[in-house]
Ligand binder design. Sequence first.
Ligand SMILES: Nc1nc2c(c(=O)[nH]1)N[C@H]1C(S)=C(S)[C@@H](COP(=O)(O)OP(=O)(O)OC[C@H]3O[C@@H](n4cnc5c(=O)[nH]c(N)nc54)[C@H](O)[C@@H]3O)O[C@H]1N2
Ligand SMILES: Nc1nc2c(c(=O)[nH]1)N[C@H]1C(S)=C(S)[C@@H](COP(=O)(O)OP(=O)(O)OC[C@H]3O[C@@H](n4cnc5c(=O)[nH]c(N)nc54)[C@H](O)[C@@H]3O)O[C@H]1N2
Ligand SMILES: [Mo]
Length: 764
Amino acid sequence: MSASQEDKAKTPEVFTNLKTKTPPTNSVGFGALKAAIGHAAKYMNPADALKISLKLNQKGGFDCPGCAWPDPDDERSPLGEYCENGIKAMAEEAQNKTIGETFFQKHSVDELASWSDFEIGKSGRLSEPMFLEAGASHYQPISWEDAFAKVASYLNALDNPDEAVFYTSGRTTNEAAFLYQLFVREFGTSNLPDCSNMCHEASGSALSETLGIGKGSVTLDDLYKAEVVMVIGQNPATNHPRMLTALEKCKNNGGKIIAINPLPEVGLIKFTNPQNPLKLLTGGTKLADVFVPITINGDVAFIKALLIKLLEKEELEGGVFDTDFINAHTSGYEAFISDLKTYNFDDCLKLSGVSKEVFDEAFHLISNNQKIIICWAMGLTQHQNAVDNIRELVNLLLLKGSIGKEGAGTCPVRGHSNVQGDRTVGIWESAPQAFLDKIEAKYGFKPSTKHGYSVIDAIKAMHQKKAKVFFGMGGNFISAVPDTEYAAQALGNCNLTVHVSTKLNRSHLVTGKEALILPCLGRSEKDYQKTGIQVQSVENSMGIVSSTKGVLEPCSDKLLSEVAVVCGVAHATLKDRSKIHWLQYQDDYNLVRDDIQEVVDGFEDYNTKLKQSSGFYLPNGARVRQFKTKTGKANFSINKLPEWKLKEGELIMMTIRSHDQFNTTIYGLNDRYRGIYNERRIIFMNREDMETRGLKEQQVVNLKSEFNGVVRKANKFKVVGYDIPKNCCATYFPETNVLVPLDSFAHTAKTPASKSVIITLEII
Ligand SMILES: Nc1nc2c(c(=O)[nH]1)N[C@H]1C(S)=C(S)[C@@H](COP(=O)(O)OP(=O)(O)OC[C@H]3O[C@@H](n4cnc5c(=O)[nH]c(N)nc54)[C@H](O)[C@@H]3O)O[C@H]1N2
Ligand SMILES: Nc1nc2c(c(=O)[nH]1)N[C@H]1C(S)=C(S)[C@@H](COP(=O)(O)OP(=O)(O)OC[C@H]3O[C@@H](n4cnc5c(=O)[nH]c(N)nc54)[C@H](O)[C@@H]3O)O[C@H]1N2
Ligand SMILES: [Mo]
């Protein structure tokens, strides 16, 4: 009998021989160089590794497919603007192994699903289109023409275009993303969920409402000039390592850093710049001036505590708030202050789990400085009250006038390398009317104005059989989304699931009745088309658009670019009913950019500007104090304290990334900066919590979450005692996504609350 859809979706419950060490006290340095070189040597050809290291994030080179951290405008290190995890991302993409017909003949879908995510990822690059026929156990090769025809026939057989879901992960370039959403809209739906729905959607919602732009306001130069940088809910040493260089520069200029995190993440504490040989020898820079060991989801309470004390001091002494800024540029101040006065400082501080001593240190820095930047990531956006977290931070910045001036502002640190750009060019299930109007004016068809499905809505629609075709442009949907078992049933209900991918992943194994894998070029590869090798473009976390051009030969001659895949699917599906000449775009991507400049604001002279070596900045109202909100001003907001409470025996769990993974791609089994080796099925626990439960190091437990009466289980995790606040625990994503309830998500933004999962332990 074949394995169940749910079983195939879950990570195998197998241990790999855990070893633990005391976590290091310093990040990057020699250890990182060694790990990067070791990884590249193991998985890449030496000549490719060299080519890549010379071109990665260099002007005129290609954009690292890792994170969205920006490249410096001015000087770039001759030693390479990359980091250990950038090299790992490259080694993953530019693997020297490929898989095609023989591999899929040898291994059935069920067998592949029994492999760990690490093993699946290491099987090699996908080299030819593959098709899984209804009832078949193995994928078989299919020609591109037949694959396009298959997609077209399933799409055209739907009763309504809204029965199809078109997911995007954030690596897709501007050119491919623009064409993809254009095809989806011409096909007739706005079902464009994307990884952003699970990532920074809460930031986008909170920032649009309060500051009029769903993106951050600062530039790298601001970070160098800030007096205080607060890094909250983010682990840069692992997920945005080049940010540490910027923080170091800030410190060298006299700036102070406050790190707010349940874990004493080493990168926040101390950093040795690998691009500075002297520092490698002398031992690095202490980064965090104040480390705030906050309870998971204690952030609203902590920020409120800060706001209350700031108000007290302002009323007593004055000079704390930027009154001129508040008067000239904000709205809602009085209502905000009168609400703030209803809260009690001691209650807030208690809820945050932070001591008065540590609070005072953070308070001192905030109240005495005027140029403040707040950086955050998933530690704030993946809670039910995620939008409140961010709005509360905006309140703080507004009181201090710390926005739209040098050295101050918002810095939501984005995840995927082009997740921000994808949204800019139209990957949005609820795109603004003005954008849809421009599409209509340019192409002559009327895009659907209905709000499409976000990730959570899409899963529900597939589960209810309201959606029947799933198309994934990159990503690994089944492993990335919450509530793995429910999502597996949802995908299983589809008639067809299609994935445009570089590498094999679990989503290729948890399929609809039929399935297609469409293999595409990676960022590092040369994109040969009729008019020559194509350049593409991406937007980083600070709103800079720059070009990216591959340097390696494609790993197989049967790969298409994402642009060509979109053109092929669109041409086959829409045929004569299209108003667009689809195939012209794949020959010359300049034509795509010509279109983007007509439809999307800020892209005037796109093709010319892209030739500038450092790219160009998109307009950003908040950066210049032009707040494009409903009130025309920056809005204060009123946010309640979150109401969650733990019952006896319960813990609050955050699902986080190890140092050896990129989302669902597992580079290796270590988490060096947390002292973990050779294992991912672990749960980090407070040592007192272990004692109360009589738990020993490495004891095996099952994890259980109960939400609205539904029990979810993840079996077999080893307990690791760690420096984490009481009643809090941490596990790795995606192993524990089975425990994240689909209906536990951020209000307004619908980001799954994967950083506040309430669980109990079952001792076995
Ligand atoms: N190497 C590598 N780079 C990546 C990625 C990757 O997987 N690997 N992923 C990319 C993507 S898509 C993204 S979105 C980013 C993710 O980057 P991060 O957001 O840094 O990633 P997470 O591991 O989810 O880390 C969340 C951090 O928030 C803390 N945290 C959790 N809950 C709370 C809370 O309630 N309050 C506070 N204050 N802190 C909390 C955790 O302890 C952890 O340090 O990185 C991007 N870059
Ligand atoms: N529990 C829990 N769940 C989470 C999170 C969490 O912190 N906790 N984080 C969430 C976040 S922030 C995010 S962004 C999502 C990530 O969700 P996704 O973006 O869907 O997942 P990834 O793991 O980044 O996708 C990896 C796959 O993308 C494909 N790929 C890689 N490069 C390319 C390319 O250039 N083109 C194409 N077409 N395909 C490519 C490869 O086949 C690879 O297997 O997960 C979310 N899920
Ligand atoms: Mo993300």
